[in-house]
Design a protein around this ligand. Structure first.
Ligand code: ADP
Length: 502
């Protein structure tokens, strides 16, 4: 029985052949190949033709590897003896060589594949680097002509234009401004990506920064009937060391989004001290809203450049804001995350590692500007700005924010303005003369004639774009107290206000 099994599993792998010196087969066990005694071994396979002459020497042993004989791959040993015929031993190593070949082939393929991958990687990296440098250079080049267009438009604005021409110039200026913001954003991003973006370390008054943020965004939120509130952790030091303008940029991008994507309810900024060690602080900023929210599947994409998950024209944008936020936060060694529920609202949370001065003496401001000291009233003056042009809105907003002495509401047209004046008591009204639905000369008398003559004496200052505005000399008849010519400087506006708030 055992022999039967052995026969099935042990099959011969070696053949012994004895040959004469001329190559004639004298004996063979035919284990691998049948060989007729008396036949010429060179005829059996041409390999042996070259071996036969070497068999003349006595007592030699020659070994040959990986010889293809018929359908097998073999090693061949040839031995000569003194006074005896030479012996040829053929070892069938087909399986061994074939598996070796497979392994070698696989190894070669892996090596080739990894070389291809590394080549592709280098190619992609070079392409990416080229793209970044190209974008950085190109955006930089775009700035010059754009600055040119902007300054010439400003010059044109100061010439004698009709009201219609003035409005067209304002549109060009506004488009330039949009383009400029986009170019600055792209430049910031590419600078961060190529490692050429540096943040500044300067000591600044955190509370003063929050006051400005509060003024700007509560004004913007009120325009949409939203409520904006800052919740400050008292443990955060008043003076912080870091890049104030970049922190403001982080807050601007996230809070602007929160206001943009919220139609009803509340936008909040929560500030929490995560930890404070030596002269280091870790502050958490969380911006929450009660807006339209973001679907779970889109949440990871919001930090990618040029990605907008709400493709509705109602929400304009470039999809760069949050990409910049993420890059800046990473640069300032922080983390960022987002949580959201569709229809319920969104929360963007990031933390920053900042420093704070252990002993801070308030630095004397280098040069006190005239505009710095104009207003120091303890009770804030409440002002209504009636203006549809976004640039003018921002200009007034920034000038008033710098004083910390005002409360500002913005109405974009006559109808909104009437609603606001009926509901509130303003100390002064700033009004553009050309509004989308009515002219300032018509709107002012409507305000003056409100029931109980509520606004009979409230100062109304008109903002006029065109030098040639119709009826410019009749403004007093319409109940307007004074006219401020656009474009105006910070000090011009503040002095104008000061005239009425003595
Ligand atoms: P955009 O210029 O479009 O605002 P961002 O990079 O700031 O670009 O934001 C990317 C996208 O993420 C937005 O287009 C919007 O779809 C979504 N998003 C950002 N913030 C909010 C938010 N507070 N609520 C809802 N969606 C948001």
């Amino acid at each position: 029985m055992l022999e039967f099994y052995k026969k099935q599993h042990l099959y011969p792998k070696v053949q012994f052949i004895v040959i004469a010196k001329n190559g004639e087969v004298t004996a063979s066990d035919d284990n691998l190949f049948p060989l007729e005694p008396g036949s010429d071994i060179a005829e059996f396979h041409p390999f042996f033709e070259s071996v036969i002459p070497l068999l003349a020497d006595k007592n030699t042993q020659l070994s040959y590897y990986c010889i293809h004989i018929k359908d097998k791959i073999c090693d061949v040993d040839c031995k000569t003896f003194e006074g005896k015929d030479p012996l040829i031993v053929i070892h069938d190593l087909t399986e061994h060589y074939e598996s070796l070949q497979l392994v070698t082939q696989m190894r070669n393929e892996t090596v080739i594949e990894s070389e291809i991958l590394s080549l592709q990687n280098t190619y992609l990296q070079e392409k990416e680097a080229f793209k970044r440098t190209f974008i950085a250079n190109f955006s930089h080049e775009l700035r010059n002509p754009l600055t040119g267009i902007f300054s010439f438009t400003e010059m044109l604005e100061k010439t004698h234009l009709s009201d219609e021409q003035y409005d067209l110039v304002e549109v060009v200026k506004s488009l330039c401004q949009d383009l400029n913001i986009m170019i600055e954003d792209i430049l910031d991003l590419s600078k961060i990506e190529v490692g050429k973006f540096f943040t500044k370390d300067e000591v600044f008054d955190f509370d003063e920064m929050l006051d400005t943020v509060n003024f700007i965004y509560s004004t913007k939120a009120r325009q949409k009937n939203l409520n904006f509130q800052i919740h400050r952790d008292e443990k955060i030091p008043q003076y912080i060391e870091g890049d104030q303008s970049r922190i403001k940029q982080l807050l601007a991008n996230t809070i602007e989004n929160a206001i943009k994507f919220t139609d009803e309810g509340q936008v909040d900024l929560y500030l929490k001290l995560n930890n404070k060690r030596a002269n280091k602080v870790n502050i958490q900023f969380e911006i929450t809203d009660t807006g339209i929210g973001i679907a779970k599947k889109d949440l990871n994409d919001i930090f990618t450049s040029f990605t907008q998950v709400h493709k509705d024209n109602k929400y304009p944008g470039s999809g760069l804001g949050l990409a910049i936020v993420k890059n800046l936060v990473t640069l300032m060694e922080g983390n960022i995350s987002a949580e959201s529920e569709l229809g319920k609202g969104t929360s963007i949370r990031f933390n920053l590692k900042l420093k704070f001065p252990l002993h801070h003496r308030e630095k004397q401001k280098k040069k006190t500007q005239e505009s710095d000291i104009l207003f120091n009233n303890p009770d804030k003056y409440s002002i209504l700005l009636i203006e549809d042009n976004k640039i003018s809105q921002i200009i007034v907003l920034k000038i008033l924010a710098s004083q910390g002495a005002f409360f500002l509401d913005i109405a974009e047209n006559g109808a909104q303005a009437m609603e606001r004046v009926e509901e509130n008591d303003y100390d002064l009204i700033l009004m553009d003369l050309r509004l989308p639905d009515i002219s300032g000369y018509e709107l002012a008398p409507l305000i003056r004639d409100l029931p109980e003559k509520k606004y009979a004496k409230t100062p109304i200052v008109a903002l006029s774009g065109s030098m040639m505005g119709d009826g410019k000399n009749d403004y007093k008849k319409a109940g307007i107290n004074d006219i401020l010519q656009k474009p105006f400087q910070e000090l011009q506006l503040l002095k104008q206000l000061k005239k009425f708030f003595k």
